[in-house]
Structures are given as C-alpha cells and as structure tokens.
Design a protein around this ligand. Structure first.
Ligand SMILES: [Zn+2]
Length: 157
C-alpha cells in the first residue's frame, strides 16, 4: 500500500471496504457483540483461533485459515500502529473541510487486524507510518454502538 494524499475520504473507505456495512451484513453475531462491548464498556474485542494462534479484529465467526468456528473472545486493548494514512480535505459530500482530517488504517496490537479511523490530537505533518496510537472513546451517554463511539485515535504515550 502506498502513502499518498487523497482528497476524498471516500477513497480510503473504498480501499479498505465499508467496515460497518461489512459487520452488519456478513458478521452478524460477532459484529453485534463487538459493538456492544464498545458501547457499554469502551473495550475493543477480537476473536481468537487457538489452532492458528491468530486474533481477528474486527472479530470473525470463523478462522480465515482453518475455518474453525471461533468462540474465544479476547479484549485487545485500545492501542495500535498506523499502517497507512491519508489526509482528507473534503467531507463525504465533497464540501471543503475547515480543518483537514487524517484517516488511517490502524493495526491493533497483538492481532491480525485493525480498522480505519480518524486520527486526532495531532497535525497532519506529524503523522508517520508505524506511529503508536490509542483509541479515544466518547462519553458513555454519547455512545450508540457504532464504530464512531471511538472519537479518534491519538498518539499513544
Ligand atoms: Zn485457525
């Protein structure tokens, strides 16, 4: 994957797929629990294949490699690494943003997976591949059981 400036945040979403739609339509039960843990406990969970020793985030119901049903849920913490990123200058409707947004694919530590999210508390010029970040959750009353319950990822201390 290359690093480049993309002017439309939809590009990065297309590149990695629409995560929430994927959960809703293909992951079913696993997606439901994943979002419930985020909403109620501000915790990110994955599922683990003990045969392959892989943790999937977002959680999968079946192992991609051995097709074993995955029943073990593991809390994976809220830290990860910036795998790739892009700076968005317009919103999803094509309107110019007052402040550019940074979208990144964040690989969650200790797992095989990760997801796309916004970065915050950092300027675009200071972002780099491989930097350590951690999730910042919304207040509990504001959480609705969606990926946006995570406000953004900020540089980890
Ligand atoms: Zn497996």
């Amino acid at each position: 994957m290359s690093i480049e400036k993309i002017r439309d945040p939809r590009d990065i979403k297309h590149r990695f797929g629409d995560m929430e739609a994927d959960y809703i339509y293909t992951l079913g039960v696993a997606g439901e629990r994943f979002f419930r843990e985020i909403k109620e406990n501000a915790k990110i969970f994955g599922t683990k294949c003990n045969k392959c020793n892989i943790i999937y985030v977002p959680p999968r119901m079946y192992c991609e490699r051995c097709f074993e049903e995955l029943k073990e849920w593991i809390e994976v913490g809220s830290k990860g690494t910036v795998y790739t990123f892009t700076i968005a200058y317009v919103d999803e409707n094509g309107n110019r943003l007052e402040k550019p947004e940074i979208w990144a694919f964040i690989k969650i530590h200790g797992t095989e997976g990760g997801f796309i999210h916004k970065l915050g508390e950092i300027e675009p010029k200071d972002v780099c591949i491989g930097m350590e970040v951690e999730a910042v959750f919304k207040e509990k009353e504001q959480r609705t059981g969606s990926i946006t319950d995570i406000k953004y990822f900020k540089p980890a201390k």
